[in-house]
Design a protein around this ligand. Structure first.
Ligand SMILES: Cc1ncc(COP(=O)(O)O)c(C=O)c1O
Length: 346
């Protein structure tokens, strides 16, 4: 049996006619807008977002080397995860697969949508292989979520292994590449043309420095995009956010130099942390954070908190006992972190 998208779409979504604004229907250059009950007096934001969204789609499609019809923008990539579940998973019938530890929102959104979650532990050292997925499928599995580089482990998945999974699994494979800009592995975007069941999610929240702007990218076949488009809210990206993103996307040199600085800082922090007696293991990271195992993570976490330094406690996650996830900050922030950690050793 080959991949058949039609059999995966929920019947109610297949039957749905999505919302279309009058401006979606109108072709040409409109001069008078009396279609959307807006306030006609000009201000920065009196119109629903339209032109700038189109511009943003154009720019991001170009940047990522996909067609505009193969791209869907969401209010953060978290919105895409929810849309995929709502389009392709039948509540109380379908299930999804993810690997632990990983980004918690796959499970949370699945639970919100009454979709069962099978969590498969990663291999030792947080390795991922296609067999981890293929050996754990059942007839209800509709979607597999892979996070690469993975949060919180930092480890990326080889694109060849994603290709193997896509070729064998007959449901949808979602690869969340929130941290791909920090990594040297090949993006799964390179597989889109040959694997119709692949959905790649990226975000402007991390390397592009736009977490406050909330823009996520979903890149996949135009058929899948058109299904997701039917269920997304009509104007899910605001004009304000689109303008902020367009401004930043013009600053490619800043984006590149900030990534280089973050990677430099990651290396330096890794060296400094490895000299501390309280540190037991630093996991190699393809992302902008480090997962660090301490002798006693609660003590470290509480001490850092008392010094107004917030890190992420991951000690309750599968295979992450005594581990904290530490984002790479500026050199000044990293110095503060190291000074505090050194005090614990005294
Ligand atoms: C792996 C992963 N995916 C998605 C997100 C959410 O990204 P966004 O800000 O685009 O919603 C995060 C945020 O931390 C993440 O770690």
């Amino acid at each position: 049996m080959t991949f058949n998208l039609e059999t995966l779409i929920r019947p109610n979504i297949k039957a749905l006619t999505g919302y279309a604004s009058a401006r979606d229907d109108f072709k040409g250059e409109a001069k008078v807008f009396l279609d959307a009950n807006e306030n006609p007096f000009p201000s920065d934001f009196n119109r629903y977002p339209d032109k700038e969204i189109n511009h943003l789609y154009n720019k991001l499609a170009d940047l990522k080397g996909v067609a505009m019809t193969e791209l869907l923008l969401g209010n953060g990539s978290d919105e895409s995860i929810d849309l995929i579940l709502r389009a392709f998973c039948e509540p109380n019938k379908s299930s999804v697969l993810c690997f632990s530890p990983t980004y918690s929102m796959y499970k949370i959104w699945a639970e919100v949508n009454a979709v069962a979650v099978k969590e498969v532990p990663l291999l030792p050292n947080f390795e991922w292989l296609p067999a981890l997925a293929l050996d754990n499928l059942d007839p209800t599995t509709r979607v597999i979520f892979i996070c690469s580089p993975n949060n919180p482990t930092g480890k990326a998945v080889a694109v060849e292994n994603i290709a193997k999974l896509c070729s064998t699994f007959k449901g949808l494979v979602v690869v969340d590449e929130a941290y791909i800009d920090f990594s040297s592995v090949t993006s799964a975007l390179s597989l889109l043309k040959t694997h119709p069941n692949l959905i790649v999610i990226q975000t402007l929240s991390k390397a592009w420095g736009l977490a406050g702007v909330r823009i996520g990218l979903t890149m996949t076949s135009k058929e899948i995009v058109s299904i997701l488009n039917k269920i997304k809210p009509p104007y899910n990206i605001s004009s304000a956010n689109a303008r902020a993103a367009l401004k930043r996307l013009d600053k490619v040199a800043d984006y590149k130099s900030e990534i280089a600085l973050i990677l430099q800082q990651k290396e330096s922090l890794t060296t400094q942390l490895s000299l501390l007696k309280i540190v037991e293991k630093i996991h190699a990271s393809d992302a902008n954070f480090l997962l660090v195992r301490f002798a006693n993570s609660t003590l470290v976490y509480d001490y850092l908190k008392s010094k107004s330094i917030v890190v992420r406690d991951r000690s309750k996650e599968e295979g992450c006992q005594n581990s904290l996830r530490i984002s790479i900050g500026t050199s000044q922030e990293n110095i503060k972190l190291m000074n505090a950690l050194k005090k614990i050793e005294l």
